[in-house]
Design a binder for this molecule. Sequence first.
Ligand SMILES: *[C@@H]1O[C@H](CO)[C@@H](O)[C@H](O)[C@H]1NC(C)=O
Ligand SMILES: *[C@@H]1O[C@H](CO)[C@@H](O)[C@H](O)[C@H]1NC(C)=O
Ligand SMILES: *[C@@H]1O[C@H](CO)[C@@H](O)[C@H](O)[C@H]1NC(C)=O
Length: 456
Amino acid sequence: MHPFVLTTLIFSFCSVLSVDASKTLMGFSIDLIPRHSPMSPLYNSEMTQTELVKSAAMRSIARSKLLDFIGQNESSSPLPSPPSPSLPSPPSSSSSSSSAESAITPVPDHGEYLMRFSLGTPQVERLAIFDTGSDLSWVQCSPCETCYPQDAPLYDPTQSSTYMEVACDSQACTLIPQNKRDCGNSRQCIYLQQYGGSSITIGRLGSDTVNFGSTTGQAATFPESVFGCAFYSNFTFEISSKANGIVGLGPGPLSLASQLGEQTGHKFSYCMVPFSSTSSGKLKFGSYPSQSPTNGVVSTPFVINPSLPSYYLLNLEGITVGQKKVLTGQSGGNIIIDSVPILTHLEQRIYVDFISSVKEAFNVEAAEDAPNPFEFCVRNPSSMNFPEFVFHFTGADVVLNPNNMFIALDNNLICMTVVPTTGISIFGNWAQINFEVEYDLAARKVSFAPTNCSIY
Ligand SMILES: *[C@@H]1O[C@H](CO)[C@@H](O)[C@H](O)[C@H]1NC(C)=O
Ligand SMILES: *[C@@H]1O[C@H](CO)[C@@H](O)[C@H](O)[C@H]1NC(C)=O
Ligand SMILES: *[C@@H]1O[C@H](CO)[C@@H](O)[C@H](O)[C@H]1NC(C)=O
């Protein structure tokens, strides 16, 4: 066969694949828009890098505080009270439940990356917060009892020829914890999602076609994807007018990553960019052809803790700082890998040893005026030798660049992106910049490949 004919055949075959996503494996990537980058509707040219970093660091602290009680004071978890009976079809939520997922679901404002997707037929574009620490994706829908104000019109499921209600006895509905769901008047599935600070959102579970206008030029279409159609949200947050909802990519069965399942080979990955980058990050589903077997790919298993069902937990065995290795002495999952908080939060016990090794390795005075919430900053970094930092996850030694460990602020100050926490440790997104981080839900592992995400 003539090579040209073959190429044409392969191309038409590929486009068939992309159209009929329900039967075949596909790979595609879309932009992950840094919250405050020029590509984002939240871009504010007046804000300095230092201001942006400080506000992101405060959000990171707020998110980690929601996880404070894990392994500490489990009984004192601050559960918000259930919705009042005057709400339309309120779920029969029992506040006596110790169900941790309700208490630790973060407020949606913590997202550092946004993503676009389209919903329904005809397609309606939505801008949503990207979150690997929650499962159910949702958008605000009309008619709405109480919604936070958003610039874009509410999603109107009656205008979509492919929208379907999910019944309360369907399998999808039963994936929602029992005390967080209810049966509506016409037996539709009603869900409740609680956030920190007593905020809640309630909606109908529905299914519709989700479409990603991918940056690879292929439209990726997934019919009958289950999501929440919110009709009650009693909170507002800084970016609420711009964000129409959340895309949840957690490990639970209702997350979008789990729903795409075999169609994307049970895999997704992200590649995050530094604050200074003018390009966006990437979110990739499936095995994308451009993936070269990069040097230095390492993998570690993830586990799911029943009290943290929406998080990917890794096991951190130790951290090398220069010549010294700090061991955690732990073997179960002890650190959440999270795409949302920028900082890496270490359990107090590990942090103490870690930071003393850092001080030893640097052998310079720490700056006395570390701006809140940073704990360790140094001045005049250009005159310093940076020690090597290696995070030893089980089976995966991740060698970090100094840029993953420090953030530059004003006045020649650089601050360490690792801070202590009274709760569970979190491996934050600054440490993951310029790595392609792949989640394989079938093999239950997370891989790290050093990558220049700006040209990825
Ligand atoms: C846990 O409870 C103790 C005693 O009630 C209290 O002193 C401590 O601050 C609590 N810790 C957290 C993380 O809430
Ligand atoms: C949201 O509604 C719930 C249930 O009615 C209530 O307990 C909570 O205080 C409300 N939160 C806010 C922020 O108004
Ligand atoms: C990544 O590529 C961009 C564009 O070529 C370049 O400016 C940047 O320095 C590179 N970053 C790293 C960490 O190599």
